[in-house]
Design a protein around this ligand. Sequence first.
Ligand SMILES: [Zn+2]
Length: 493
Amino acid sequence: MFRSTSIILCGLVLSPLTSAQELPPAKATAAASVDAHAAALIDASTRIWEWAELALTEHRSSALLADMLAADGFTMQRGVSEMETAWVASFGSGEPVVAFLAEFDALPGLSQKAQVSQEARVPGECGHGCGHNLFGAGSVGAGIALKQAMLEHDLPGTVRVYGTPAEEHGIGKVWMVRDGMFDDVDVCLSWHPGDENEVDVLPSKALRSFEVTFSGRSAHAAGAPWKGVSALDAVEAFETGVNLLREHMPESARIHYVVTAGGDAPNVIPSTASIWLFTRGKDWPEQEQVFQHVMKIVEGADLMAWGEEHGDLAAGFKPAQVQMFTGLYHYNPNHTVARLMHRNLELIGPPDFSEEHHAFARGLQENFGLEPLGMHAEVRPFDPDPEPESGGSTDVANISWVCPTIDLSVANWPLEIPAHSWASTAASGSDGGKLAMLTAAKVLAASGIDVLTHPEEVSEARAEFERASAGFPYVSPVGPEDAPSLPSHLRAN
Ligand SMILES: [Zn+2]
């Protein structure tokens, strides 16, 4: 493997780093660039982890990463696609075009110190339980490294880093795809923090996120309940209908919800109540089938709450309002790019975790009720035909229907630690998590070099993409009039 001696940065022992001498020349340059920028990348990931900014309000995190790329000579487009925190950084010109993605939003309620036991940094505040602090900084490192290799080795093409906000709400990339920002991309190389080192071709589920707001009519809940209409009743009737639907859905479909407004006091019949839902399916058509059924349940719930007063003539009647937040397609993994990326993951090798990193991981695992297995210190063999498993959704999937796309996972978290937990927040701020981020940056940059220098593989990836998307053209789930937005209770904060 490609190892060298330890160096110390920012008080962290980064041991050992990839040896530039043992890689092909352009990849050695890229790896050396990541090592040279390691302190700045680690510092950026730490600051973003501490700031822990929520979707569409990631102002400091977004600016920090954009400023790093601007300072390195990238051309910046800031505030794109109606989002102040979205940007595109570009270097080079012409084909091929390689895209890296940088996420940076945090999750509510997951504040946590970078330690093995559960303790909030600031109780009730946000935390980086999905590791987007590492995701963003690692991708910036990859962009800078690829640019350096292009300069030193006279490589053709363009490298772009996309600052994609609000991933936790599946928003940023959906609007950027709507606006055609990926239309000329040859290959999109993404990554995400995980608990294993692997390139996988597992699909993700399609999803719609929407909020239904029912209207009623307030009255004294004891004195004159017959004069009121409860919007909360409509929500409850709606939930019942949705839960009855579950028995008859395809196995791979999902519905989940939270009540976002249910009235203010028991003695006032609620005149408004809201529920926020996700409908999911194994693919977009299956999800749409479930979604359309749920829309019928909305009408039924309105009718149940209003009874004979249902209709335009009743005093105060207002039909339920449905606000769409986003639509995510199922993922279309490109196997040609997956093999290219896997080759580079093996070339760079897994993060070389120290005994302290493993000990920290074991502590976290024990405190989370898991086997103390430590960190994943190998590369999982590429599996071209994995067993589909129950999984989530991602807005990277929308990109995968407009250009060949693949996702790398690197072990920033201890084995089996789930995303969106206090433990993944702790791991995303840990030394081991940051070391693995540098591995991700090197693998992405090395893969980008292959995209720029292997036109035959780019053609093969494009041909595979055309086959996979034949008869399934991408239709944006959001229209030109739709603006990125969040559910009402999050907007209020
Ligand atoms: Zn994530």
